[in-house]
Structure formats: C-alpha cells, structure tokens
Design a protein around this ligand. Structure first.
Ligand code: PGA
Length: 345
C-alpha cells in the first residue's frame, strides 16, 4: 500500500470523509436527491436555499466528483451521487436503529416507524397507528399513502419499515409477507341510481355503464381490468380520477359507477350518499398483506407494530362483513317493499 493510501484510511475509515463531511451535509444531500429539488429540501429542513447549495458544494468538493445533474427538467443524482445517496441511506438507517436500541436498553420505548400503504389501507391504518402510539407515545411515525405500483417500488428500494399492500410480487424472494385483513371490492353508485333497485346485475350490464376508474398503477384498477378481461368484456371507462375520495364524489355526482374497496366506506358506512350494488360475482374477495424487505432485521418498534396490527385483523374483517351485511339487508328490505307495492297495484 502506498504512503498516500495509508494516510487516507484510519481505523478502517476513509480519513478524508471523517474530516471533511458532516452529518448535516449528508442530511441535506439525502433530502435534495429524495425530493429532486433544492427548494423542497430547504423547505423540509427549514434552511435557506443558499445554505443547501453551499453545503452541497462542500460535499461535492470532498468527493471530487459532481453529485447532481441539473441539465434535465428534474434534478437527478449522477452515478457518484447515486452511490453516495445509497451509502447515506444505510448510514441513516443504522443510526435510527441504534437510537431505537439505545432507547430499548434504557427501558424507553422510542424509535421511528415508517409505514407505507396502498390507498385502501388509509381507511384503517391511521386508527391502528393511533392506538399504537397511545402505547408507545415517544415514537416518531410517518405514513405514506400511495398506489400499488409506487408501494412496490418503495418496497423494492427498502424505503420504509413496513408496508400494507395487495397481492405481493411473486418473483421477489427478499420480501417477507404476512396475510392480513380482507379487502373486498364492490360496485358503487349514488343512492338514487336505478340499478340500486335490481339484484344480481349481470357483469355485461355493468360493462355498459359509464365507469369512473382509478389511474394506471392502481391495484384496484388492475383487479377491475382483470375481471372484465376474464369475462371478455370491455369496460366503458368514462373518466379517471386518481383518488378514491374523488371517485366517490364523482359517483354521488352521477358521473358514473365505480369499483372500489369496501374499506373506502369505512367512515360514512351504509348511511352515506354512496350505495353498493348487487352485481354478480361481487364482492370480489381480495386480501391485504403486511410486508417488509428481508434485507435487514426489523427494528423493535417495527416488530412491535407488526404484531399489534396482526392482532387487529379479525376486528377489521368483522367491521367490513357487518358493513356489507347492512347494505344487503337494506336492499332486501327495499326489494320486498317494492314487490308489495307492485302486488297492491
Ligand atoms: P391502489 O390499491 O391504491 O393501488 O388502488 C388499493 C387496493 O388494491 O385495494
């Protein structure tokens, strides 16, 4: 080894990195790359933009290579920047785990929990998190809600601690999954839609109705398209809305029918302005999963949350079954009433 290389490493650590980089610079660089913007990084870290630029310049000088490329429309890390970003993420994950373990040793239940879920889980996950945080008041929680494609991307990148998703990918072997709550798909309409009076509506009839669909990349859309494909039908998609709540408003506004998870009616229940239609083959039974990357050990907090959530599965299922039952009973009562009226006439 040359004399210069000898001075570059001390105790197995690259001396120039220890002397000339700071955690603050790494934190700034991580935020710039993750958010793809100097402005957003500055906002997130409560810094001014010149501070962000200066610190990034210092880090670039230490690395002696450009770290970000701003030539396109979106700021991107260079190859060197990408390597640095991955290293920083590992360092930060290690430090966060260390913090949790230290707190554990002190008998304090502290730590960080980053949960990322498909849109359907946003209707019950915050409630479980609320209960969990009453038992663990000192934890720092973040909840990211996005569609199936984005959740998969984040899971494969190991961006979060735990995920709630639909069907897990079949070809990924470094992912651990735990079957979780039921996720029934139903057909929704406004309360005054003529189809609310009918029972066992054929799928062909549904395919003719204008539908409001989620965006490409959504698990709900994927299930819906597979169903129509299986029956060699083409749905009449009138419009796309990238939000379950937006779709429910569209349904109430008469823009069309929609296929969504029954979980989306969690708050308003059967008394709200949305009705569930009796369509053949529905509700489509689907399942949710808790998942995490198997690349590193779960932090004690994540492990505790995983167990906490799994225990709540029967409660979530019972609630959904009861809600579906309420819709069915109301329809049955309504149909009996209509039949009686017709007989009298
Ligand atoms: P999505 O997934 O948010 O990607 O549509 C929800 C679901 O599959 O229930």
């Amino acid at each position: 080894m040359s004399g210069q290389e000898n001075t570059r490493f001390k105790g197995g650590l690259p001396d120039y990195l220890i002397r000339h980089t700071t955690f603050r610079q790494m934190q700034i660089f991580e935020a710039v790359v993750r958010l793809g913007s100097f402005t957003r990084a500055a906002e997130e870290l409560f810094l001014t933009q010149p501070t962000v630029s200066t610190q990034l310049k210092k880090l670039t000088d230490v690395m002696e290579l450009p770290l970000v490329d701003q030539s396109g429309r979106k700021l991107k890390p260079t190859e060197a920047g990408e390597s640095l970003y991955l290293a920083i993420r590992q360092i930060f994950d290690c430090m966060a785990d260390l913090d949790t373990r230290m707190a554990d040793l002190k008998g304090v239940r502290r730590g960080r929990l980053r949960l990322c879920v498909i849109t359907t889980a946003k209707y019950f996950a915050p409630e479980i998190l609320g209960e969990f945080s009453r038992e663990y008041p000192d934890i720092d929680i973040s909840l990211k809600v996005t569609n199936r494609d984005r959740v998969l991307e984040r899971l494969l990148n190991n961006d979060d601690d735990l995920y709630i998703m639909g069907q897990p990918p079949e070809d990924a072997d470094n992912i651990k999954v735990y079957p979780f709550a039921e996720n029934p798909l139903v057909v929704m309409s406004g309360r005054d839609h003529p189809l609310t009076k009918e029972s066992n509506i054929p799928l062909e009839r549904l395919a003719q109705e204008p539908l409001i669909s989620r965006e490409v990349g959504s698990g709900i859309r994927d299930s819906m398209m597979k169903l129509f494909d299986k029956h060699q039908l083409k749905p009449n998609i009138r419009m796309e809305i990238g939000s379950n709540e937006g779709i429910k408003h569209g349904v109430v506004g008469g823009l069309g029918l929609a296929i969504l998870s029954l979980h989306t009616l969690e708050l308003e229940g059967a008394e709200g302005p949305v009705d569930v239609l009796d369509v053949e083959g529905f509700p489509i039974k689907r399942q949710l999963y808790l998942a995490h990357s198997d690349d590193k050990a779960l932090s004690p907090i994540t492990q505790a949350f995983l167990e906490f959530a799994l225990i709540r599965e029967p409660m979530i299922n019972t609630r959904m079954q009861a809600l579906y039952e309420t819709f069915s009973k109301r329809h049955k009562a309504q149909r009996t009433k209509n039949q009686r009226c017709e007989t009298v006439r």
